[in-house]
Every structure is written in structure tokens, then in C-alpha cells.
Write a protein that binds this ligand. Structure first.
Ligand SMILES: C[S@@+](CC[C@H](N)C(=O)[O-])C[C@H]1O[C@@H](n2cnc3c(N)ncnc32)[C@H](O)[C@@H]1O
Length: 312
């Protein structure tokens, strides 16, 4: 690991991956929606079953005195990367520095070969990785994940049905492949986290133990059957999953946990679609402006609404 080259080391920890559905642009709005007990420092345990890029976890862990965070996601590559940062961020940074150096000195055509060769070996390796038990191999894999995420097309970190990463190369002249100060801050925050690679249906027991605040940010409900966003294509999330999640929401509500859930408002496309209004009719529903950044057509980046459900 080289000496800290950062200009601004005061900035707070932020997501280290570009991730579809990232909540960074909603954090200001969320301050007014978080429960009072959290803001008063009375919440000790934080749970996030659909972690993704982790924007909300980083925000909460740096603003409020939570003691422990339970973070979950079904994507094994994502969870592997978080765990590597938690366990051995220095070695990870060393790998990233090597990729950064090798990649940046290449001409455009050679960069293309570098990207696709790395993508191909990354995809082959997945059959030999033990995703359950931490090993040294995880560290280089996490570095590859970060490298591919930072250099792929439009930050669209996409996996096909078989779990292979298939995004084409992006057009960045000088991508930030290694952000050492941020990775170090992220690693520090992750020391208070339990990170698990599980489906949301498996987390009830964990949450049963201690009461706390749970923030749910499930995959968006596709606007039509054909428009299903492919970023999590291996893990389909359709209306049935949304309904099961609502069941879990009701159960946890009965047990006294503080709950907040967000989703893209289906009324953005179909003003009479009241799917979530019906599903969460017993709770407080509000709508806030959201800007989506993962969209290749700039004209489509218009403000749309996000629906927020809370039980407080
Ligand atoms: C909308 S994203 C979360 C974005 C996150 N809040 C952020 O700011 O980056 C949804 C996440 O849910 C995960 N996911 C999809 N299906 C899941 C399931 N059945 N159980 C747990 N996680 C799931 C996806 O891998 C994805 O990371």
C-alpha cells in the first residue's frame, strides 16, 4: 500500500462501487424520514437486507451512534467484496494499485484487451471460488470486482443469468480505480458490521434477537414484464417477492422494530398503479423526488418519484 495520496481526507466514507438503485442522491431527503429514536441516538442495531452500494448504511453509521450493523445481500460477489474490505483492506489496496498502474499506462486498444482478458478470467474463476469461506483468493477477486466496476460501461454492473459479469468496457480516460482514503474509512465502519450473503427471507432470525431499525431497499418493481432491469437478473424479484417482503415487514412491525422501505413509485409510469399503496395500506406512505443515474440516455434522467413506507 502506497502513502496516502488523497487531497481531501476529511470527506466521509461513501459507496466504493457504482450500484444500480444507489441511494446517495436521496440521503438528504432521508434525514427527515429516519425515525426519531435513531436521530436521538437511541437505536443500537441497524439492519439492511438489500445492501447494494451501501449508501444508507454509510450515512447512518457516520451520523448516529449505532453499536452494530447487520448487512445482507443476495449477490455473492458484492458480499465477498465487503468482507475483503472488512478483513484485509491493505492487501486489497495493494492489488488495486497494481491494476491501476498496469491499466493507466496502456493505449486505448491495449486497455480494451486488458479489460476483456480480466473480465474473462474473473468469470472463469467463479467456479473455483468458495464463497462461504474467506481465503486469500477473495482479495484478488474483490480487486477485480472493483476494477471492473470502475471501468465498465456507464457503471452498469451487470451479471447474466448464469452469474457471469457481462458489462462492456466503459469510456473513461482516467477512472478512479483505487480510492485509498475512502476504502480505509469504509473498512473502519465495517468493523461494527455482520455481513451475510443471504436472501431476505433468511434474515428474520437475526432481527428477532435485538430490536432496531431496519431499512429495506429491494430491487425495483419492473414497469412491465419485459422491462425488468437486468442488474440482478440471476436473482429475480417479481411481485411475489414484493408480497413476501411485505409479509416480513408486517411480522417485524408486530415485533416492535422500526421499519423503513423505499421503492420506485410505479405511478411514475402508470398513474393508476397502486400496487404498493395496497400492499402497505396499514403504514405511512410518502413520495419523494428521486433522480436515477443509471440510464444511458441523458434525456431519461428526469426526476421521478420514490415511494417511502414507514411503520412510525
Ligand atoms: C436497489 S438495490 C439496493 C441499493 C442500495 N440501497 C444502495 O444504495 O446502493 C437492491 C439490492 O438487493 C439485492 N437483492 C436482490 N434480490 C435479493 C434477495 N432476494 N434477497 C436479498 N438481497 C437481494 C441486490 O443484489 C441489490 O444489491
Amino acid at each position: 500500500m502506497k502513502k496516502n495520496k488523497a487531497k481531501d481526507t476529511k470527506q466521509s466514507a461513501k459507496p466504493f462501487l457504482k450500484w444500480a438503485g444507489g441511494k446517495r442522491q436521496l440521503l438528504d431527503v432521508f434525514q427527515d424520514i429516519y425515525p426519531k429514536a435513531l436521530k436521538e441516538g437511541k437505536v443500537k442495531n441497524y439492519y439492511e437486507p438489500f445492501l447494494g452500494g451501501g449508501a444508507v448504511f454509510f450515512d447512518i453509521a457516520q451520523r448516529f451512534p449505532i453499536k452494530k450493523a447487520y448487512l445482507y445481500d443476495i449477490n455473492p460477489e458484492l458480499v465477498l467484496t465487503y468482507k475483503v474490505i472488512q478483513k484485509n483492506v491493505e492487501k486489497l489496496i495493494g492489488f488495486l494499485e497494481r491494476y491501476d498502474e498496469e491499466y493507466k499506462k496502456l493505449e486505448e486498444r491495449d486497455r480494451k484487451d486488458y479489460y476483456y482478458d480480466l473480465r474473462s478470467s474473473f468469470n472463469h474463476q467463479r467456479f473455483n471460488i468458495d464463497y462461504k469461506n474467506f481465503s486469500e483468493e477473495w482479495i484478488s477477486r474483490a480487486a477485480q470486482i472493483i476494477f471492473l466496476n470502475k471501468t465498465c460501461y456507464n457503471g452498469l454492473f451487470r451479471f447474466n443469468l448464469k452469474g457471469g459479469f457481462n458489462s462492456p468496457m466503459g469510456r473513461y480516460k482516467n477512472p478512479t480505480i483505487v480510492d485509498q482514503p475512502n476504502l480505509l474509512k469504509v473498512a473502519k465502519l465495517l468493523q461494527k458490521a455482520v455481513i451475510r450473503n443471504v436472501d431476505f427471507r433468511m434474515i428474520e432470525k437475526d432481527i428477532d434477537k435485538d430490536s432496531g431499525f431496519v431499512y429495506f431497499d429491494p430491487p425495483y418493481r419492473p414497469i412491465s414484464r419485459t422491462s425488468s432491469f437486468t442488474a440482478y437478473s440471476k436473482f429475480s424479484f417479481n411481485d411475489e417477492e414484493q408480497q413476501e417482503l411485505a409479509k416480513l415487514f408486517r411480522k417485524l412491525d408486530k415485533k416492535g422494530h422500526l421499519l423503513m422501505l423505499s421503492n420506485s413509485d410505479p405511478k411514475n409510469k402508470n398513474p393508476v398503479d397502486d400496487f404498493f399503496d395496497k400492499l402497505y395500506a396499514d403504514y405511512t406512505i410518502s413520495r419523494v423526488d428521486a433522480k436515477r443515474s443509471i440510464n444511458s440516455k441523458a434525456a431519461n434522467r428526469k426526476a421521478i418519484k420514490e415511494i417511502i413506507v414507514t411503520n412510525y
